[in-house]
Design a protein around this ligand. Structure first.
Ligand code: HEC
Ligand code: HEC
Ligand code: HEC
Length: 424
């Protein structure tokens, strides 16, 4: 059973892993000191900074984590479950007593870049491992915005973390071995657009927190940047440029995906939906173009290819299953239906080298999602109780053979193994 906030913040599972596997180790190293560098200390702020800060906060998705369900904006209190108890996000309004009104700029810089708050080290539920890339200028703009917010008096909830995991000095040691606080530096041989996209995606968007696999110390493995990782039974897909280009994503497709939540290549679901809904759908047109230039590693126009439909093969067992269970929503020829379900033809979920999400969606389904004022789809039912492993295999093979460039060679063992991870 996962609660709704966990569904929206799949990072929790990873924090759990961190805590269970590595905190004892890091607690042991806890006496090691953590270095923290101070930034330039001007506390003055301009109104242009405040407006820019408000935008940067959207793209950084601060509100989503720092607002409790039904609570007041930025006043904190959203729980992040760990096996040892809950860690709560904090009040980051300008209130001097209960918020961060007492933080001067250096204190704020340290929280954002080094994960050090004025009461000690922060749990990496706060993605400072990505925000550390933020420029000083942008950190200042965010600070200016936060200091301009209406102070809300709401005491932080004590974390319900039990001894010894409540001792924050263990986190200091973790920082020392696993966190490399480096401000973003643009690459000279890339376009300005590309560099801007890189910054938006990696610093503010903290996309790697889900899409980059982790090493045994739970640090993002930078040599496997964006190669994909499992988050709560779904795969935060491989989004490297070579993989996205192989799937024929165009700049327009990515723009559609990030503004609307769907494109001709299918919909976003799982942990990706709130990213679009709360954050990246607010990108300006210029920044959107920058993001797609970076993700596709090109500023050039990409020609959209026809959506793959290789024709039906009625002799295969997957054909009857598709017609019986799926065609009513996804279309007889996989063409999809407006406001019902996306097309299977050309769908990026089918065209990925990894079959993980195809199987996950068939087993668990997707709750009904609302995309904008004119588009919402039905819920996708889950078939874990209805279809046995052979049928899931036949369907997965059929979908891939019929509507993607992937082979249809999955065996039952593969399905069985995936099921263990997906339904865990
Ligand atoms: C994925 C969830 C998440 C996101 C996104 C997030 N935070 Fe946090 N943040 C947390 C949690 C949880 C804590 C408390 C950590 C702890 O107590 O160790 C925290 C703590 C902080 C603190 C320390 C506050 C204090 O009371 O000492 C600051 C400052 C902060 N966040 C600012 C931000 C800003 C600015 C953004 C957006 C750019 C942001 N956070 C985005 C989860 C998040
Ligand atoms: C009641 C309608 C309905 C039925 C029946 C249905 N689906 Fe879906 N399916 C959907 C909807 C709606 C989505 C997209 C949900 C979202 O992301 O908002 C979806 C998404 C998917 C996806 C992910 C692709 C994407 O872009 O989101 C796959 C793969 C899929 N369905 C396969 C199947 C298969 C295989 C069957 C039959 C076993 C099936 N569906 C039956 C409605 C349905
Ligand atoms: C909370 C975890 C999480 C974060 C953060 C996240 N993603 Fe995802 N992403 C996922 C998951 C899970 C999927 C697979 C489901 C799907 O296809 O929507 C996914 C899929 C995608 C896809 C493929 C969509 C498709 O239809 O094939 C793209 C592109 C993508 N993410 C880009 C990004 C970018 C850019 C960011 C940063 C702004 C980001 N993601 C942040 C979890 C995340």
């Amino acid at each position: 059973m996962i609660s709704s906030h966990q569904r929206h913040f799949p990072r929790l599972k990873r924090i759990q892993n961190l805590l269970s596997h590595n905190l004892l180790l890091t607690l042991g190293l806890g006496l090691l000191a953590c270095s923290s560098s101070a930034a330039d200390d001007s506390n003055s702020s301009k109104s242009s900074d405040i407006a820019r800060g408000a935008y940067l906060m959207k793209i950084g998705d601060c509100v989503a984590c720092h607002t409790a369900v039904g609570g007041r904006e930025l006043a904190g209190g959203l729980p992040f479950e760990t096996p040892f108890g809950a860690v709560y996000s904090t009040n980051i309004t300008s209130d001097k007593e209960t918020g961060i009104g007492k933080y001067n700029y250096e204190d704020f810089f340290d929280a954002m870049h080094h994960g050090v708050g004025i009461n000690g080290n922060l749990y990496p539920a706060m993605p400072y491992t990505s925000y550390s890339l933020l420029t000083d200028e942008d950190t200042k703009a965010i600070y200016a915005y936060l200091m301009s917010t209406k102070p809300i008096k709401q005491a932080n909830r004590d974390n319900d973390v039990s001894f010894p995991f409540n001792l924050r000095f263990g986190l200091k040691a973790w920082n020392l071995v696993a966190h490399d606080a480096k401000i973003f530096t643009p690459s000279k041989d890339k376009s300005e657009h590309w560099n801007r996209g890189n910054y938006l995606v990696n610093a503010l968007g903290h996309c790697g927190e889900c899409h980059t696999p982790r090493d045994s110390l739970f640090a993002m493995e930078q040599d496997k940047h964006f190669q994909g990782a499992i988050i709560e039974g779904l795969e935060a897909s491989n989004i490297t440029p070579s993989e996205l280009n192989r799937q024929n994503w165009t700049h327009g497709d990515l723009k559609s995906l990030f503004t609307k939540g769907y494109s001709r290549k299918g919909t976003v679901f799982g942990g990706m939906y709130p990213v679009v809904y709360h954050s990246f759908s607010y990108l300006t047109d210029d920044d959107m173009q920058a993001v797609s230039s970076y993700l596709l590693d090109t500023d050039e126009i990409i020609e959209p290819q026809a959506l793959t439909f290789n024709g039906h093969k009625p002799e295969l067992p997957g054909y009857t299953l598709y017609k019986g269970y799926c065609a009513g929503c996804h279309g007889q020829n996989g063409e999809g239906k407006p406001n019902v379900a996306p097309a299977m033809a050309g769908n990026a979920t089918l065209d990925k080298a990894s079959v993980h999400n195809v199987v996950a969606v068939m087993l668990k389904g997707i709750n009904s999602q609302h995309y904008n004022s004119t588009t919402s789809f039905y819920a996708m039912p889950g078939y874990a109780d209805e279809l046995h492993d052979e049928q899931i295999r036949d369907l997965a093979n059929y979908l891939r053979l019929t509507w993607s460039t992937q082979p249809g060679n999955l065996d039952v063992k593969t399905i069985h193994n995936l099921k263990e991870v997906i339904l865990k």
